[in-house]
Design a protein around this ligand. Sequence first.
Ligand SMILES: Nc1nc2c(ncn2[C@@H]2O[C@H](COP(=O)(O)OP(=O)(O)OP(=O)(O)O)[C@@H](O)[C@H]2O)c(=O)[nH]1
Length: 393
Amino acid sequence: MSSAIYPLLLTAALCVVMVFVLASLGRSGIPGVHAWALANGAAMLSLLLFSAVAGLPALLAVEISEALLGLSICLLYDGFRRFLGRPTPYAVLGAGLALMLAAVAWFHYVVDDPDTRMAIASLLHGGVCLAIAADILRQPHDARLAYAHRFTATAALLFAGGHLGRALAHLAHPRMLAGAAPSLSNSFYLALGTVALPVLTIGAVMMVHERMLAQAEDMANRDYLTGAWNRRALFRFADRELQRARRTGRPLSLLVLDVDHFKRINDLHGHAQGDRVLVDLTAQAGAIIRRFDLFARLGGEEFALLLPEADADAALHAAHRLRQAMQRTLPESSGAIAYTVSIGVATLREEESFSALLGRADVALYAAKEAGRNTVRMAEPPDGLPQAPHARG
Ligand SMILES: Nc1nc2c(ncn2[C@@H]2O[C@H](COP(=O)(O)OP(=O)(O)OP(=O)(O)O)[C@@H](O)[C@H]2O)c(=O)[nH]1
């Protein structure tokens, strides 16, 4: 048995392990997992055929094994496209695979030229690896997913470069890589060709894990109905911001807002329409707030907006903008749904806890309700300064 067979068998075994790993992620419902498992299955069969080459008919040893290996890289690509939420260009992939197989058969039966055969197969693999890297790099993603994305894109780029280099080497130096004696370049290209699929599958599994972690984090920190941060996330974020404000001496403000006569909206239009108001209000806030502000649902129809680096004037300005943006009428078949909000504003005092700040913002909200609703009220200012203006509009 040639020593070149061992890496092939080892990689085939790795592909089997990858199928089991991916099967364990099947329940996650994350798109792409099944395609990646099929890719590893196809690669495993192909590698077994390649390693049994001496005892096989030529068609199985060359065309079928190349077809399975080509199919495996195309399935891998399909998995990444599904994962990234993009349609797979099946026609292009199918045409590429068919062309590669036709060329392989030509350079097998018409002109027996193993170098050109290998170069053509490497071109397909290199091209697909390049497409995988480009798709991952192009996809905008959450910072929490950056590590696995970077790992996989870099690996795909390296494999693309390796495959393309291998194709050139076969074309430029026929027979250089086909010798039985294991030269450095021979071993390098063999290793490269065989480990690409398991390594890219490991990248895919890392990407799935990171996405699942981010989803679990969102489930723990986000409000299910509106997608706003929840009370738990607000308190954790506030704790960090409070410490930062103390350390840097920068201001920190909090807005508490509540939908006016929300019970009436529910009674008049139904609970589902009430929910719609809460979702709409969250979207309005999302369009206004800064990247580092945190908008959270405290519960029911009450929300909070934490404004790092905002003093009383800036917070009041933000509150007026929000109040205006949330004076809305939503079209509905049973009659338009009009809603408004009242807002209480407080700016952090020295040595004040977040609960105390929230309490003062709540008192200011109550004052806004008392003043007739659809208005903004400021909590009593820090250190006995005069009351900030709180005109409607
Ligand atoms: N649709 C919907 N209603 C909710 C939700 N959570 C709480 N509510 C309702 O919100 C209403 C709050 O009513 P109240 O606390 O009386 O306040 P309000 O009618 O908004 O009156 P003011 O705040 O004084 O202007 C109650 O009827 C709750 O059932 C929710 O997630 N969806």
